[in-house]
Design a protein around this ligand. Sequence first.
Ligand code: AMP
Ligand code: TRP
Length: 344
Amino acid sequence: MTEQVSYSGPQRIFSGIQPTGNLHLGNYLGALKKFADLQDAGWEGIYCVVDLHAITMPHAKGALADQTRQIAAAMMAAGLDPDTSTIFVQSSVRAHTELTWIFNCVARMGWLEKMTQFKDKSGKDSERASVGLFDYPVLQAADILVYKATHVPVGEDQKQHLELSRNIAARFNQQYDVPGFFPLPEGLIEGPGARIMSLKDGTKKMSKSDPAETSRINLIDDTDMIAKKIKKAKTDTLGDMPETMEEMAPRPEVANLVGIYAALAGMSDEQVLAEYGGKGFGTFKPALAELAVEKLSPITKKMREFLDDPAEIDAAMAKGAEKANAVAAPIIEEVRRVVGFWQV
Ligand code: AMP
Ligand code: TRP
């Protein structure tokens, strides 16, 4: 949907990460690193550990708080500063769920039925999936729009959910005759690292839920483990490193390793090929392992330091919730007026 009147409020970033499983290199390059880069470029940003999303799938009782703390620690270790940016836990700001209900009555069944993530996660037996899993993208739209965020840094897998957020915003504006009330949030997706693939299968994305540990590099892996996983990463039998992008095109596993190198080094794929094209994997893989360790180990170290001092994380999250609430509260009040609810 496009709009006649566009949003004219401030530009603001929102993004979220679920507290499920271990964070991996895909989460770092597709999300965390981008967050820190955007903060350093001067963007106002609100970053959220989305625990309400985490309960849409089966989860171990009692693990939620610890996993939430891990993500908070990773956000800060990757360079988000709780004084500059807002970092908080989703369930501590009630406006997210309130706006979700209102958006449930704006979003159409047909829109949600198209969501590929629901199809993937609900598997063959979608009748047994939670209603929350189906509604997941509506909560995501509420996360973004309860702050009237205009830009959303995420990995490529979230493109469809962002499109849905734009449709909900546009339809709300139209249905309640408030042109330009909500912005139509744009993804910040492009760039190296938007889609990091499994180390075992270059056609599958690196994922928290892959049962094969060797398919991903976790942020908490130690130096030896990182080196081991890269050494074991699948390549192919088509010879040495390609010299051109054309030569690399039919080699997804190799393209993934080159993409990882490029994203970590801040280089383009072409620059990596200029340096390593024609060389053997016996040269490239150790160089990649060294680079990965060099970039990730300071983050892992900081993450462990934060986790050793949970009180500091908890204080940062409490402050973040207060800051987030200060932005969301007047917006949800405005929404209540627009919808026409009883005013108390
Ligand atoms: P999740 O772990 O699903 O909550 O994802 C957190 C963030 O990491 C989202 O912005 C995802 O788009 C991003 N992300 C997850 N997996 C990958 C991947 N393999 N490559 C790039 N980004 C990813
Ligand atoms: N669905 C996102 C993911 O799995 C997480 C998320 C929830 C999110 N709410 C969000 C991302 C709002 C960006 C903006 O990665």
